[in-house]
Design a protein. Structure first.
Length: 308
């Protein structure tokens, strides 16, 4: 399915993303909940050292991800990012202390088994390393339309699970699109060096889309519970990346009766993601929420539903 270096780099990227997730969530809960899509949110977070540490982890994850995509298929590398959830649980326990509950371990097991069985059944093949522009046009239009629709739906809702899930859906599409453009930009570096990399539109595309996805993620984390946003983000990124790998890079997965174990694996991943977000990650990160009311009082703003 993929070379071992690709798998290794993908796991390192997932671990870096997990660290970033823990740090960013802690930072996001120290700023007041906003009623709309607040552009000043990132400005507030820039003054928090823990958020900056999370951004450094994001940069490391991007480097590992680029190395992974240069060695393996998009439809293999991105689904491995599902492991960010159990890795975030373990990292959160190291940083915050405590024990992993039985439900947490069950969630980890379901997610790992589901991911392994789904990838084994799908057996994605490595396609091309470069996508022609005529394939990019419809992919960009569809992804932009889905993201705009999801953000619009989120803005029409008050704080809560639906709003968080909509923002998370837009974030998932953004992450998958960022990875697809990063793979093409990496190909430009490999074939033409730095000059080709910095002259490729995909380089600036993945940078802009990545920043947008991070911004949407921060709003998703503030809008509602992790039980609503994290499963959508986890599964959405993997499924959209699989679709982009097939349509852009000619990667192939097995169909026919193989769809049954693939669907079963996806179901286990979703079940595990729900368990982890409900039991483990929320419990880990609520220990830091006592800082949020103080920050809200300093700004004259009451903590929102995501902080209770």
């Amino acid at each position: 399915m993929a070379t071992w270096p690709a798998v290794l780099f993908a796991l390192l990227a997932a671990a870096s993303n997990a660290l970033a997730t823990v740090l960013q969530r802690r930072a996001a809960r120290t700023v007041p909940l906003s009623a709309g899509l607040r552009l000043g949110l990132l400005v507030d977070l820039l003054h928090r050292a823990v958020w900056l540490g999370g951004m450094l982890a994001v940069v490391a994850a991007a480097c590992f991800q680029a190395l992974a995509l240069s060695q393996g298929a998009l439809s293999v590398v991105q689904p491995l990012f599902v492991l960010e959830l159990p890795l975030a649980l373990l990292i959160g326990r190291v940083l915050l202390g405590g024990q992993i509950s039985r439900s947490g371990w069950i969630g980890v097991g379901l997610l790992v088994v589901g991911l392994g069985s789904a990838l084994a059944a799908a057996a994605p093949t490595i396609g091309t390393t470069h996508a022609p522009f005529d394939r990019w046009v419809p992919a960009l239009v569809v992804c932009a339309g889905v993201m705009a629709t999801a953000v619009g739906a989120a803005l029409r809702r008050g704080a809560g699970g639906v709003r968080a899930a909509c923002f998370a859906g837009a974030t998932a599409v953004g992450y998958a699109l960022t990875a697809a453009m990063l793979k093409d930009a990496t190909h430009a570096w490999q074939t033409g060096g730095p000059a080709a990399f910095f002259s490729a539109w995909q380089t600036y595309g993945f940078a802009a889309t990545g920043v947008l996805a991070i911004f949407l993620l921060e709003n998703a984390m503030q809008s509602g519970p992790l039980t609503a946003s994290q499963p959508v983000l986890t599964l959405g990124d993997a499924l959209v990346s699989l679709s982009l790998g097939v349509t852009l890079y000619d990667e192939r997965v097995r169909t026919g009766w193989w769809l049954l174990p693939e669907a079963l694996g996806v179901g286990l991943v979703l079940w595990g993601a729900v368990l982890l977000s409900r039991v483990a990650l929320v419990r880990d990160l609520t220990d830091t929420q006592d800082q949020a009311p103080a920050a809200a009082r300093d700004r004259g703003t009451a903590p929102g539903p995501a902080d209770t």
